[in-house]
Design a protein around this ligand. Structure first.
Ligand code: XIL
Length: 377
């Protein structure tokens, strides 16, 4: 958790970094001479095409790792908190809110002329320890409303968008509508999603209100089924005029076939409803991939290139964020996703030494493939 000292350090780091003084990231291997800072950055290439390019960040790293902070400042124009705006981070106790860490991210974003997404207001995970013993059927709706009023109210007018509800559809749910059997569904009732979106709209009329989910990217039977259920939910919210965008998490894996047309059709359907689409959490899991590091890098880059090029061809896809920026800090190196051979995963645009990976060049090329006709933001 970010303490006051770390917060001051983020502020100091903010003051010290200018785009020009940003660490010059030198690339490895095949592109050994290329400089990816300034005009060669993801950020500059995205801005040329009117796009937002983003990554998830952790405030304690912005405070304590100058190279990381410089990379985020130089490469990115849209941030999202990897964990710092989740319930367990903001809610130390039922009657307490702590915005220290989240505010540090906002300060960083503002001082680098970057936008910030909120993630998230309602999810079945990352609930604080006190949740289970405190929240009941009698108080769940009021607890959810108070959280959203306070949190979205705190950041009102300052955020690009909010993931209002995260991962509410579960294909394994016994319900025909696929709503996940979660504490929110069970305690707050089946219209908790509408309640969350309505409350968020009132608390921050400016943020683009987003429904965010995973497992909807491919044309496998499971993804096709989940995508249909997500679409039905989004249509329900759209009919009430309380949704602006859909977040497609895009946690992909080596070997995935990302050439299917199902996701494209889904994006076009959303476009017909006037909704934007954000790629919110892109990375490529190589936990089970065989081959050399170079083989695996090539596979990660293939998926970045194919997936992003297809998606960015759709005009209502306006932002692409990766779930982190450097392989040094990726959730895919947690024990749950560790490779059996102990080698690190390399799912992000920069490696653990902050050098651009093949995925960086694939991402930048995909940003450049944005059709001019897609228009500017
Ligand atoms: C993950 C973080 O990356 C981890 O650090 C944390 O321990 C668990 O959550 N979908 C989401 C994100 O919407 O919030 C999750 O982030 C990854 C999956």
């Amino acid at each position: 958790m970010l303490n006051r000292r770390d917060f001051l350090k983020v502020s100091a780091a903010v003051a010290a970094i200018s785009p020009l003084s940003a660490v010059r990231a030198q690339s490895s291997s095949s592109d050994s001479s290329s400089d990816v800072s300034g005009a060669n950055s993801l950020r500059a290439h995205a801005e040329q095409h009117g796009l937002l390019v983003g990554c998830a960040v952790a405030p304690e790293r912005l405070a304590n790792d100058a190279q990381y902070a410089a990379l985020v400042a130089g490469q990115i124009n849209l941030l999202v908190a990897e964990n710092a705006m989740k319930w367990h981070a903001l809610r130390p106790a039922p009657d307490k809110f702590d915005f220290t860490a989240a505010d540090a991210i906002l300060a960083f974003a503002e001082s680098h002329n970057q936008k910030l997404r909120g993630h998230n207001l309602c999810w079945h995970e990352a609930l604080p320890d006190w949740f289970a013993s405190t929240v009941t059927k009698a108080n769940a709706r009021q607890t959810l409303t108070k959280h959203i009023e306070t949190v979205a109210g705190h950041f009102a007018g300052k955020l690009h968008s909010w993931d209002v509800v995260n991962e509410a559809i579960d294909p394994a749910s016994p319900r025909p509508d696929g709503l996940r059997v979660s504490p929110w569904l069970e305690l707050a009732g089946e219209d908790y999603i509408e309640l969350a979106f309505r409350t968020a709209r009132q608390a921050d009329p400016k943020a683009l209100l987003t429904y965010n989910d995973y497992g909807i990217e491919l044309d496998t039977p499971k993804h096709v089924d989940k995508r249909a259920k997500v679409l039905a939910l989004v249509q329900r919210l759209h009919a009430s005029g309380i949704i602006d965008a859909v977040g497609v998490q895009s946690h992909l894996s080596a070997g995935d076939d990302v050439s299917g047309t199902g996701l494209r059709d889904f994006v076009r359907e959303l476009r017909g409803m006037g909704l934007q689409v954000f790629i919110t959490e892109l990375d490529v899991n190589t936990q089970k991939a065989q081959g050399t590091v170079a083989d695996r890098d090539a596979e990660v880059a293939r998926i970045y290139r194919e997936y992003l090029t297809h998606m960015l061809a759709e005009p209502n896809v306006t932002a692409a964020l990766t779930w982190g920026i450097t392989d040094r800090y990726t959730w895919l190196n947690s024990p749950r996703y560790a490779r059996p051979d102990g080698q690190r995963q390399r799912p992000l645009p920069f490696d653990a030494d902050y050098k651009p990976t093949s995925a960086f060049f694939a991402e930048r090329a995909a940003l450049d493939s944005r059709p001019a006709a897609a228009g500017r933001l």
